[in-house]
Design a protein around this ligand. Structure first.
Ligand SMILES: *Cc1c(COP(=O)(O)O)cnc(C)c1O
Ligand SMILES: [Zn+2]
Length: 421
């Protein structure tokens, strides 16, 4: 296994706040906080474990309007706001009455994470990974990415003054390439799909000293950043949990961490304990978790992605089995939709709520619609969907669907003739 630093003792006291260990999700074995991601006993994934002090709603509300208001619940030092970072989070939670009416859902909200600094939810996870990389004295801040992660790593690294190298599949949308390359001179396009890029990153992490791959060797710290989505939704609803939530699934990390966040808030007494259903959204062209869910099996068979939802195109999702556990245990589901349904849903969300989402949010919105149509979602219950990225990054998905209604001469006659009055 790789080590970002060879001498873990160099990590300073309090570097990870209230976090106390890394804990194996399979066997529960405990490992010291460090740049490790696989259990030394069983190779299961490691996640951050905490010993939280009493935390009040007032403590949190007194914090900044970004994810660091929840710093006591994250593996970051208490002075984290002093370090240069992109300050993501506390994005708007929009009431979506128009879309709710259209779909027949009584109470619907959109958590709009497209307004983060690099226009996707990935700024949250990267901010936490950057803190860990800094504490591990990493020389290089890196990632394999389906696009948005590369944007967020490149921007955060630039602000923090740390060298970045980001790896993407070479067939990625042009806007996502430019959105990385503008921040870093080391965007690397790899011939292959995301799973190939990820394998390469694991090899480099094992060979090279001092490379912090946000979603590989510092993955446990990275993953905790997604919890802030769950905290914010609860706080913005007035410190309560929604009844149902629909979350897009790539590796599955975000979905599992939103659930972890809700559980932590209950355990800390910050929200009332109540049942809620978690739903996962995938594209048919890359739906290994949805397929396993439908088949009622626990094993996820990897697929070769073929979908316009490139930010969700992970054929071998690391957290897929935990997504199955959580959706089944809470009474939710994992559903999948076609590329055409995704395109339609991007336009539907835009025209009903004025929110332009990328293909991942199109997937989530289309899955919401399908869950209603198939009777899997209870339309009388309060429901939240997460829009994880901005439509300007995937313009091609809808550029054939929308455009000028008419092209006319600059004359009133031509306007009248076009029948627009
Ligand atoms: C990465 C990403 C996701 C999902 O991420 P997980 O790997 O499942 O945590 C969802 N939406 C967008 C836009 C993303 O970039
Ligand atoms: Zn283990």
């Amino acid at each position: 296994m790789s080590a970002v630093v060879s001498e873990l003792e160099t990590v300073r006291e309090g570097a990870f706040g209230n976090a106390v260990a890394l804990s194996c999700r399979e066997c529960g074995a405990k490992v010291d906080l460090g740049p490790s991601y696989a259990c030394p006993e069983c190779f299961g994934p490691l996640e951050v474990a905490y010993d939280f002090p009493a935390i009040t709603r007032e403590d949190i509300a007194a914090g900044p309007a970004n994810i660091w208001r929840y710093k006591a619940l994250l593996p970051v030092p208490t002075d984290i706001e002093q370090s240069p970072n992109t300050e993501p989070g506390f994005t708007r939670l929009l009431r979506a009455d128009n879309l709710g009416r259209e779909l027949g859902i009584a109470s619907l909200w959109v958590k709009d994470d497209s307004t983060n600094p690099t226009n996707s939810f990935k700024d949250r996870v990267v901010a936490c990974a950057l803190s860990a990389a800094r504490e591990f004295h990493a020389k290089v801040f890196a990632c394999p990415s389906t696009g948005n992660l590369a944007n967020a790593v490149a921007a955060a690294g630039a602000r923090a003054g740390i060298r970045t190298v980001v790896f993407i599949p070479s067939n990625l949308e042009q806007p996502k390439q430019v959105n990385s390359a503008v921040f870093t001179d080391s965007l690397v396009a790899v011939d292959g799909n995301y799973d190939d890029v990820n394998k390469l990153a694991q090899e480099i992490a094992a060979e090279e000293e001092g490379w912090a791959f946000v979603n590989v060797n510092v993955r446990p710290f990275y993953a905790e950043g997604s919890k802030t989505l769950g905290y914010e939704i609860a706080e913005q609803l007035g410190w309560r949990l929604p009844d149902q939530i629909v979350i897009p699934v790539a590796s599955g990390s975000q979905l599992t961490k939103v659930h972890k966040a809700f559980q932590e808030l209950i355990a800390l007494g910050l929200v009332e304990d109540k049942p809620y259903k978690v739903f996962g959204a995938q594209a048919e062209g890359c739906g290994p978790v949805a397929t396993a869910y439908k088949a009622g099996v626990d094993a996820i068979r990897p697929v070769k992605p073929d979908t316009i939802a490139k930010s969700l195109a992970i054929g071998n999702p690391a957290d897929g089995i935990y997504v199955l556990d959580i959706t089944r245990a809470t009474g939710g589901a994992v559903e999948q939709v076609t590329d055409d349904e995704i395109r339609d849903a991007i336009v539907l969300l835009a025209r009903t709520e004025g929110v332009f989402t990328e293909t991942a949010g199109g997937t989530t919105t289309a899955v919401l619609k399908k869950l209603v149509e198939t009777g899997q979602l209870d339309t009388s219950l309060e429901t939240v969907i997460i829009n994880t990225g901005h439509g300007l990054k995937t313009l091609d998905a809808v550029s054939g669907r929308v455009g000028p209604r008419a092209t006319i001469a600059a004359s009133y006659d031509a306007f009248e003739a076009a029948g627009l009055a």
